[in-house]
Design a protein around this ligand. Structure first.
Ligand code: PYC
Length: 411
């Protein structure tokens, strides 16, 4: 606030750049691949909590150009497994304090999050989730149509729809945030502490000798390093292929769209798993909407008419009064799906190559906590307890953390 006033009184001179450009050095202590929220948060916390500042963040396009800038900005911690709830809850707590921590307003609006249940089976799952959440201290409960009507009077809560609404999981701390601001805030915080952010810098190979990482090749030159963090989304298996680490991941497009701006009428996040829809209203008035991942594997960022048609049909089942609203634009991202819908974080069989990957459709929610905990892992060479369950070997050990039941929509 004071900064803004000072800036106004200063004759609106251009504000300083939020992060600088640097020549690529020929060696860094840590190289982070991926300039999204995960990579930038890891760089920030490495510098802030561990004094490790000789760090490069490599981004093949511009920062936030991947999943971090393409998601629908929903934050929540109402997961299904105890491991998942504890992990995402720490993320929400970091997000709650992020504007202060970064001295940059990330516009976190904790407006409440409703996951609708349209069948007895869904009501049962919501009750189960509410119980797991409450045991872990997360604010979440099962509510019924009379209470849903108070929170969201525009929903069709009658018995007429094909799938009437029977109840909802209500999660008051959930909400939406300004995703670009999160990326920019972490970038500025990391840059101020000495991290080098290299945009338009694509990793083309990783050199390993005696099973240890020794350097990273990029389109801008080779970097010597003994520690690489793969914090990419969408392309994580291709980076892992460079060191012959195989991931149980398939990559799928996920599409989203926004409507024209409407007067504010929706001040909770609404999710319907059965109708494959999530929607919130942005502070500009647009409805931000998304659905399931596309059913085919692809790295395509194409938008399709089929997505728009089915999303609009389902939106109108929930909100019939929106039938004349226009869609303004649509876009797509790529999601790396694991078999249990939980991420993969930790060491790999290659020394000096660690991963923070496999986020499916949950990545943006976890940026702060995975950044903080991966920074701790790198700095201490030990896996923090909070992320230990998400180790790569769990797929061979049969120690899965099944979070499919907490996906906002059926994938
Ligand atoms: O899991 O909350 C979620 C979500 C929203 C959009 C995609 N996934």
């Amino acid at each position: 606030m004071w900064k803004l006033i000072r800036h106004g009184l200063n004759g609106n001179k251009p504000l300083p750049r939020m992060w600088r450009t640097h020549d690529l050095k020929d060696s860094y202590d840590v190289v982070i691949i991926g300039g999204g929220v995960h990579g930038l948060a890891a760089a920030y916390y490495l510098a802030k909590y561990h004094g490790i500042t000789n760090v490069a963040v490599l981004e093949k396009r511009y920062i936030g150009s991947g999943g971090s800038g393409r998601n629908t900005t929903i934050l929540r911690s109402n997961y299904l497994t105890p491991e998942g709830v504890a992990f995402y809850d720490e993320s929400i707590k970091l997000y709650e304090n992020l504007s202060v921590d970064l001295d940059f307003n990330v516009l976190f609006s904790q407006r409440g999050h409703l996951t609708l249940a349209h069948s007895d089976a869904a009501v049962r799952t919501m009750r189960w989730r509410a119980e797991v959440n409450q045991i872990q201290g997360v604010n979440s409960s099962l509510i019924y149509p009379d209470e849903i009507a108070k929170l969201c009077p525009h929903l069709d809560l009658s018995e007429h729809p094909r799938y009437p609404i029977l109840g909802a999981l209500y999660h008051p701390p959930g909400g939406i945030i300004r995703h670009d601001a999160v990326v920019w805030g972490y970038a500025r915080g990391a840059d101020e502490r000495g991290v080098h952010i290299h945009q338009l810098t694509e990793v083309t190979g990783i050199n390993v000798e005696n099973n240890k990482v020794i350097s990273v090749q990029t389109n801008c030159g080779t970097i010597k390093t003994g520690m690489v963090l793969n914090a990419t989304a969408g392309w994580c298996s291709l980076i892992c292929d460079m060191v012959d680490v195989k991931l149980p991941i398939t990559s799928h497009p996920l599409q989203a769209c926004v409507s024209e701006a409407l007067k504010p009428f929706l001040d909770v996040v609404i999710v319907s798993g059965s109708l494959h829809v999530y929607v919130s209203q942005s502070d500009r008035g647009e409805l931000v909407m998304g659905a399931s991942i596309d059913p085919y594997q692809s790295y395509s960022l194409d938008s399709t008419l089929g997505f728009l048609e089915s999303l609009s049909g389902h939106m109108l089942e929930l909100f019939p009064s929106l039938s004349r609203v226009k869609i303004l634009r649509q876009w797509a991202g790529v999601c790396d799906m694991t078999p249990d819908y939980s991420p993969i974080m930790g060491f790999t069989p290659v020394e000096g190559f660690v991963v923070d990957v496999g986020w499916g459709t949950y990545g943006f929610k976890a940026g702060p906590v995975s950044g903080k905990r991966m920074a701790e892992l790198i700095a201490t060479n030990r896996t923090p307890d909070l992320i230990a369950p998400f180790y790569l070997g769990r797929f061979e050990d049969g120690a899965l953390i099944g979070e499919k039941g907490a996906a906002s929509v059926g994938h």
